[in-house]
Design a protein around this ligand. Structure first.
Ligand code: ATP
Length: 833
């Protein structure tokens, strides 16, 4: 056996040939990133304001402005860097793997590190990552449609003769899929040198489509920017008209006021919130065994209304054990008969298989001291269509065929069974299945000639073997959780209807006795299926292709569908579903590639937790957008109202410097504190959100506007009052302190729609990051008020009494909503009573 490359040889080749990738990822240079940030409208405004200060000869103000610009750029760059890092880590986790032989042992590596001359092991479901020549193979069939367009699988063999065809039968090619068999393949070309690499440019340059959420936020940003432009002009012109001095002074004053307002109006945080919340959300999910491959999936998760799941491995543990057996029609077989059943079942299995049912057969046989030494001379692999498999052995000069599979398929191979026998067998099958057992039938045939087809066989029925596969722990509770959350659960299985129904009943799936079989599905039109789908939650004896129809019809009924799958043939349905979920443990590469989400533990409970998290993330995005909206209102209104009250730029409540200072605060607080908010208590008791629902609904909008207006009225009112009786520096300090603290409290009260602020606070009480953010905000306020910085920022220190008064006012301006929450709770309680 070929020992493969050694580590030293791999290293040498890696240096020579590089990585097995189709395109070099453009690493964003820091310069390019900086340029991107600086060309954002917010920064253009900031730099414009700084320039004006310099022109006015107020170099100090200009310099401070530039320091703030630097601060904001640093925050943005750090945030982007962190998001990039998270996304890269996620990508690495989901990068394709391949089994290779290196240093004489079989290991799994990232396909990225494959080098020429590596020996890769290809088997069913693997997407081939490089071109190579076949060294050894057993019944290898490859789907080369991605290269040749031919949908029919191509049978492969080891090299015997040179061939004229461009794509050789003794070679495997990158991007193609193994649909059957196994092979050892020596890599010849990697990356762009592969046949796929040569034609892949077009595919790679595809631009990702914008998601609904992205579209909604960019629409919101556009509206705000348009408003900002209109108000910039209005305020600018108004200030120009009311201010005194030379035309030049008035012009500059107009521009400065306009800029302040425009800066307050541009919600540049919106897109940042989206990227950070989604990527951090995906990162948190990955730690809980759920790998998000496409970021927008996080947002769709919260809208899922139907969950279509496989039975084996997802609902059940996929840890099988032989339970009851029957020999021919005898359900209480003796020891010799049991041995015969075990022997035929073992003969019809793959040697050293990973399939849990075959492992159970091997264990059962070894307990009965059955071992096989004879050689397989022909195999009939398992297919979803026939639902059976078998092997032909040569024993004592004879050929023996042993077959196991779905009972219907096996009975067809045994024409000697009488009608009465068949009825008795079916009765036994039903008896086992109703206990939730998975039942296989066994048959054998002896022949003097080699057997190479299953057609027209005259096999002897050997018996039934049934397996117990326990349901996953906690599944019943999670199914109930789905129902409470308005999510339907549909079980789609290759197993028979009785077994599926019995398991569905055990775990609490509704309408468990209403089942549609694959063949019934074949006879239905889409319209009939849609009608049935309204009340059917079990599909049995289906093949993967049926899943596609089920998804399509459910979607046409207006549902948002999440669908699990693991095989190569599941890929189209996974792609079609709104959320395609592939199995990480047992799934094929192809399914993983087509999916939006990979379940690392194949567990139904993880899917439910992921949906719950998806809802939480979406909730938090909404909370953050609402908060940003609210806090921008007092900032914008303060600049808007100034010309109306005849306040010239020097005496403004918020100078551009203060707006930037507040902006510096808003971004990190919301992306840090709100991103971490735990789920609302009723998160899995609500109906799924409609996918077309606007991000900010009317009630949220009204709440945000009222919150913003009250904060504005109190902060600006206090400033204006002080401005009349005292100097502008103190007035500004007073108003700004209310805004600073109000901002802090606003994050807190908006942390939950239902819980009181104190409850939300308690939930994160052990969270260091939350504490750091809050303490930093307060420290920042104290520094700007009580250090020499105050003079530069045109502020005066507040007396202790004034400071306490500002705290009280900020509490009033924000915490009124708690009374509203209380009133709502009392009302609900009264209604429930
Ligand atoms: P699910 O689709 O929920 O995972 P499943 O695992 O029962 O359910 P399949 O793997 O498609 O679905 O199997 C369908 C049927 O084919 C089984 O019920 C069984 O009768 C038969 N079958 C499955 N695996 C084997 C096997 N290794 N040998 C023989 N028959 C098999």
């Amino acid at each position: 056996m070929n020992k493969g490359l050694t580590d030293a040889e791999v290293k040498m080749r890696q240096e020579k040939y590089g990585l097995n990738e189709l395109y070099k990822k453009n690493k964003h240079s820091i310069f390019k990133k900086l340029l991107e940030v600086i060309t954002e409208p917010m920064f253009i405004l900031l730099i414009l304001a700084a320039t004006i200060y310099f022109i006015l000869g107020e170099a100090r103000d200009g310099a401070i402005m530039l320091i703030f610009v630097f601060g904001m750029i640093s925050i943005e760059t750090v945030q982007e860097w962190k998001t990039d890092k998270t996304l890269k880590a996620l990508k690495d986790l989901s990068s394709p793997k391949i089994k290779v032989i290196r240093n004489g042992i079989e290991t799994e590596i990232d396909s990225l590190y494959l080098v020429p001359d590596d020996i890769m092991i290809i088997y069913e479901g693997v997407k081939i990552p490089a071109d190579g020549i076949i060294l050894d193979t057993l019944g290898l069939c490859i789907d080369e449609s991605s290269l040749t367009g031919e949908s029919e699988g191509k049978w492969k063999k080891v090299f015997t003769d040179e061939e004229d065809e461009y794509f050789k039968t003794y070679c495997c090619y990158a991007g193609t899929i193994c649909t059957q068999g196994k092979a050892y393949v020596k890599v010849t070309n990697i990356g762009l040198n592969t046949e796929y690499g040569k034609i892949a440019h077009a595919v790679l340059n595809e631009k990702p489509q914008k998601t609904l959420l992205e579209k909604q936020t960019s629409k919101l940003v556009k509206i705000c920017v348009a408003l900002a432009i209109v108000l910039f002009l209005t305020v600018g012109i108004l200030t120009f008209i009311i201010s005194k001095g030379t035309i030049k002074d008035r012009f500059i004053e107009g521009i400065l006021s306009g800029i302040t307002l425009a800066m307050a109006m541009i919600p540049e945080e919106f897109p940042v919130i989206l990227t950070i919340f989604l990527s951090m959300g995906a990162w948190r999910l990955a730690k809980k065994n759920s790998l998000v491959k496409k970021l927008p999936a996080v947002e769709t998760l919260g809208a899922v209304s139907v969950l279509c799941v496989d039975k084996t491995g997802t609902i059940t543990e996929n840890k099988m054990e032989v339970s009851e057996v029957s020999f021919k029609l005898n359900s209480i077989p003796n020891e010799t008969e049991k041995k015969e059943i075990a022997k035929i079942a073992l003969m019809a299995s793959i040697k050293d298989s990973f399939d849990s049912m075959e492992i159970a057969i091997a264990n059962y046989s070894s307990n009965l001291n059955i071992n096989l030494e004879d050689k397989i001379v022909y195999s009939f692999p398992f297919t979803n269509e026939t639902k059976m498999m078998g092997n032909v052995y040569q024993m004592d000069g004879k050929y023996i065929l042993a077959v196991k599979g779905a009972c219907e398929s096996i009975i067809e191979l045994c024409p000697s069974l009488s009608l009465n026998d068949k009825e008795n067998i079916e009765r036994l099958i039903k008896e086992y299945s109703l206990k939730g057992l998975r039942v296989l039938a066994l048959a054998k045939e002896e022949s003097n000639e080699i057997i190479d087809t299953l057609e027209n066989r005259k096999m002897e029925f050997v018996g039934l073997i049934s397996f117990i596969d326990p349901e996953r722990e906690g599944i019943k509770e999670n199914i109930l959780k789905c129902y409470n959350a308005g999510i339907r659960v549909i079980m789609i299985t290759g197993d028979n209807g009785y077994t599926a129904g019995a398991i569905a009943k055990k775990i609490g799936i509704k309408n468990y006795d209403n089942c549609i079989t694959g063949s019934e599905l074949n006879d239905m039109t889409d319209e009939e299926l849609k009608l049935k789908l309204k009340a059917t939650n079990i599909f049995s004896r289906v093949i993967p292709e049926h899943k596609m129809r089920i998804v399509k019809c459910l979607q046409e009924l207006g549902e948002v569908v999440a669908m699990t799958g693991d095989g190569v043939n599941d890929a189209p349905a996974l792609k079609k579903a709104d959320i395609g979920i592939a199995m990480g443990k047992h799934g094929s590469d192809v399914a993983r590639e087509a999916a939006d989400l990979v379940l690392l533990d194949d567990n139904f409970n993880t899917i439910v937790n992921t949906i719950e998290d998806g809802r939480r993330i979406y909730d938090n995005i909404k909370k953050a957008i609402g908060y940003v909206f609210s806090i921008h209102i007092p900032i914008a209104l303060a600049s808007l109202i100034a010309p109306m009250l005849n306040i010239t730029s020097e005496f403004l409540f918020l100078l551009p410097l203060h707006v930037v200072l507040l902006e510096l605060l808003i971004d990190p607080t919301c992306s840090i504190v709100l991103e971490r908010q735990p789920a609302e208590p009723d998160i899995m008791k609500r109906k799924p959100r409609k996918i077309t629902d606007p991000l900010i609904k009317k009630d949220l909008l009204i709440k945000c506007i009222i919150q913003g207006l009250i904060l504005f009225a109190i902060s600006f009112g206090s400033y204006y009052y002080y401005y009349q009786i005292s100097d502008v520096y103190t007035a500004r300090s007073f108003g700004l302190t209310i805004l600073f603290l109000g901002n802090l409290f606003l994050v807190n009260v908006n942390s939950s729609n239902k819980d009181f602020a104190i409850t939300s606070f308690k939930k994160l009480i052990k969270d260091k990051v939350m504490w750091i953010t809050n303490i930093l905000t307060i420290a920042c306020l104290i520094i700007i008020l009580y250090t020499p910085l105050n003079n530069i920022l045109k502020l005066d220190p507040l007396t202790p009494i004034e400071f306490i008064a500002a705290i009280i006012l900020s509490i009033i301006s924000v915490f009124w909503i708690e009374l509203y929450k209380l009133a709502k709770k009392l009302l609900l309680k009264k209604r429930n009573d």
